[in-house]
Design a protein. Structure first.
Length: 191
């Protein structure tokens, strides 16, 4: 793996790792939070290990098409970072860490990345997992991609159920018709 590719991947996970320390409201790192966070710890270790030739990827990264796939892996990592910056800058106040019992927002945010994506943080996280799996194709990065995407989907679904029965329920229900969960909705059709 090229050094620049490894650095792009590690930058994405560093940006994600800084969010609980610098941006999110303080909360408890409860068991559900740790269970969701597992791939965020594993992926950078595997990427670094593959990049430093400590563990072998499942494929020869120098052979076609893997050379190109590895090179293209910088795109999801960089988009992840840009999406994180755009999402953080959209918030007037810091949201709670995942899986907090008191995480009802003060308002429904529907500007910036939220205009098209209901969970842009989670979208960025999934992009980081995708980039890691592309850059360092290994059983662990593939498992982190699948596990991480499922964990983000379960977390988002739980948050949405809670929002729909909160004081923001009607506003959020309308919002769900215009914005996709993790990726922009094509044609604006209802989900």
């Amino acid at each position: 793996m090229a050094g620049a590719i490894m650095i792009a991947q590690l930058m994405a996970f560093t940006a994600i790792g800084l969010l609980p320390l610098l941006f999110f409201r303080r909360g408890s790192f409860n068991l559900r939070w740790w269970a969701t966070a597992i791939p965020f710890f594993i992926d950078p270790i595997v990427v670094l290990s593959v990049g430093l030739d400590r563990i072998a990827p499942m494929v020869d990264l120098g052979s076609p098409p893997w050379h190109w796939i590895s090179m293209l892996s910088a795109a999801p990592a960089l988009i992840c970072i840009l999406l994180l910056v755009a999402t953080v800058s959209t918030h007037q106040s810091a949201p709670a860490l995942w899986h907090q019992e008191d995480d009802e927002p003060l308002r429904v945010v529907s500007t910036g990345p939220y205009k098209r994506i209901r969970h842009p943080f989670y979208c960025a996280f999934i992009l980081a997992f995708l980039g890691a799996a592309m850059a360092a194709p290994h059983l662990l990065t593939l498992a982190c991609l699948v596990y991480g995407a499922l964990a983000m989907n379960l977390t988002a679904a739980r948050e949405e159920r809670r929002l729909l029965v909160s004081r923001h329920g009607n506003t959020y229900r309308d919002y769900m018709r215009t914005a996709g969960r993790f990726f922009p909705r094509l044609g604006g059709a209802a989900q």
